[in-house]
Design a protein around this ligand. Structure first.
Ligand code: GLA
Length: 376
């Protein structure tokens, strides 16, 4: 992939890049839609990454190109054109940090993070360019600061009202571990997963149903949460615990109450998961994953039939636990499952999807991997 990025750069711009940087996509183990509610999340970086070959320019021109569509997009950062597809992510980050700019840049991207699968291909682009520009412009920002700038680009330029989980995972991830992030204090801790010694893997079951978070569903969920917090007299849903749910039920509409119940119980499930993982209690961890899926399917209502089916098939195949991952309305589910059962999981998913007339899913294992880094 590094060679491919360099070759792509040379073909697009006609000279050698200064360096190559990369950042991974992420899968979230548990803690969904809790990030923008100042709650807890537990994602990890996956072994699929976006690579950017990049060189600074002395003039103000910023050019980005990729093997996605073979096009080159260009701006001087005084404005950001809107109709530029994937290029909105890297140019959005450059625009957000334009006050550090010491000139422009040329950048070429290659990626093996699946797009639209809920594995944060967009955060991988944002973090790869973020870490590269931080270095060439001598900005001295920490990895966590770069993550928040990536989120800002997503919010302000792309127009998706998302939280900071994806970018934080992509920046701070460590091999064989998940990132436990408190989205209120922004304190992050690496949680060893010890999957390998248990012969377990995290399998992704990508439904191939694409989603976008700049569209309605995500935003409407977020508004429900904000309304719920306001009515309950707290600045964010982090301020509520399971004991507050009876009062929430009496004060909120049925829909808002169920949205709030998902967030409050999901935060608790993340904390319980940390304890289960520390104790090596995979059975309890698996039950928490399933309870999380159930809460997303019924209370938060962000699952789709294909995701529910994937979870059902995973459990039938012998998974420890399974749930949809990411923002929902499409994308992927994960399963924690014995390595030896992976071929059976793939076969069972494919036949169950075919029987329902759904498109063919993609099933593959992901390995918890290191966050954004300079490659050369
Ligand atoms: C998307 C967003 C994240 C987070 C998840 C749901 O991936 O980008 O910020 O809200 O959905 O947990």
């Amino acid at each position: 992939m590094i060679e491919k990025a360099v070759a792509g750069f040379e073909a697009a711009f006609g000279y050698e890049p200064l360096g190559v940087w990369s950042a991974p996509g992420r899968a979230n183990l548990i803690g969904e839609h809790t990030d923008y509610n100042e709650g807890f999340v537990l994602p990890f970086g996956i072994d699929k990454r976006t690579y950017v070959a990049l060189s600074p320019r002395e003039d103000a021109t910023c050019r980005v190109s990729s093997d996605i569509d073979g096009k080159t997009y260009e701006t001087d950062l005084t404005t950001i054109p809107t109709d530029i597809d994937w290029a909105l992510y890297p140019l959005g980050v450059a625009w957000v940090i334009r006050e550090w700019a010491k000139g422009g840049f040329d950048a070429f991207f290659v990626s093996d993070v699946p797009v639209g699968s809920g594995l944060s291909s967009s955060a991988a682009i944002e973090c790869a360019i973020g870490i590269a520009l931080n270095e060439i412009w001598d900005a001295g920002r920490t990895k966590q600061e770069i993550a928040l700038l990536g989120q800002k680009a997503e919010n302000q330029v792309v127009g998706a009202p998302t939280g900071m989980m994806d970018q934080t995972a992509s920046m701070l991830a460590e091999a064989d571990s998940a990132v436990f992030l408190d989205c209120q204090s922004l304190e992050a801790k690496s949680i060893p997963l010890n999957l390998e010694p248990r012969n377990l893997v995290v399998a992704v079951m990508d439904t191939q149903v694409a989603h976008r978070h700049s569209d309605g569903g995500y935003r409407v969920r977020r508004e429900s949460c904000e309304r719920g917090a306001k009515t309950m007299g707290v600045s964010s849903l982090r301020g509520l615990s399971v004991e507050d749910l009876p009062r929430a039920q009496s004060e909120l509409s049925d829909v808002d109450f169920r949205r709030v119940r998902h967030i409050v119980t999901e935060n608790q499930r993340v904390l319980d998961s940390i304890r289960a993982l520390a104790a090596g209690d995979m059975k309890q961890f698996g039950e928490l994953l399933l309870a999380s899926h159930d809460s997303m399917a019924h209370d938060f209502e962000i699952s789709i039939e294909e995701l529910d089916l994937a979870v059902e098939v995973a459990m039938r195949t012998g998974a420890v636990g399974s749930r949809m991952t990411g923002g929902g309305f499409g994308g992927a589910a994960i399963a924690v499952i014995d390595k030896g059962l992976l071929p059976a999981l793939e076969e069972n998913c494919k036949s169950a999807f075919a029987a329902k007339g759904y498109g063919e899913p993609k099933v593959f294992a992901v390995v918890p991997s290191e966050g954004a880094r300079k490659e050369r």
